[in-house]
Design a protein around this ligand. Sequence first.
Ligand code: B1M
Length: 209
Amino acid sequence: MARNEELFNAVSGGKMDLVPELVQKELDAGAKPDEILQDSMIAAMREIGERFENEEAYVPEMLLAARAMQGGLSVLEPALAASGHEALGKVAIGTVKGDLHDIGKNLVSTMLSGAGYSVEDLGINCEVDKFAEAANKGAKVILCSALLTTTMPYMKEVIDHLKENNKDVKVIVGGAPVSQEFADSINADGYGEDANMAVKIVDKLYKAG
Ligand code: B1M
């Protein structure tokens, strides 16, 4: 699907009253939820990020775009999450300490719920203890999200702690600055480039026992 310019501009321009309506219009017109998300909405978030980097936009604009994105996601998520999976197992997801970005993490959480997992959402700014508590309460896979290059290294602290204290738990990392190479370097059990990939990795780890 080609990008819907009106939706793209409404998300990047932070038009939170307009975005849900435009998303609904796209769904009603038969557009695929994943394409609406990728081609128009995530593309718009990337664009506002680039403008921020070039000092053409500032934190308030990023915040408005984030709110508009979230408004759109509330309409899109039920359609995104609809899938044929049966009930599976328990997982937990959080954004790591120092990091307040949660849109990507929320998307991964939604997709996992839609795939049949019982997801504990630990929120943002999560310290090691929070992840460990979730593992102690029975989560078999822990997912850590980071959007900042400065918060990525904290994932290693989470992994080191969990590998020592919760030997059976698996840890997946993801978020815009994270790569497979980085994931390997900190001994993560998996890396999800996007929300769909995260679900596939969780499926794989669950099947592996
Ligand atoms: Co921030 N921010 N931000 N920001 N922000 C980025 C990340 C940045 C890249 C912008 C830029 O400069 N181009 C930059 C980071 C630079 C860097 O580290 N190298 C940045 C910065 C610098 C900052 C501040 C430091 C700005 C400041 O205050 N001076 C500050 C930091 C605050 C903090 O966290 N301590 C800050 C603040 C904010 C807002 C609060 C204004 C807002 C966040 C609101 C919110 O999340 N509720 C915000 C936003 C909106 C962004 C951008 C524009 C958009 C992020 C987003 O939601 N994308 C972002 C630019 C960008 O990413 N291009 C930027 C859409 C979302 C669907 O994608 O989160 O990548 P994403 O998630 C994807 C994948 O990454 C993956 O799946 C998702 C779906 O495909 N994924 C996983 C994510 N987690 C996963 C976990 C998994 C698997 C996959 O398994 C574990």
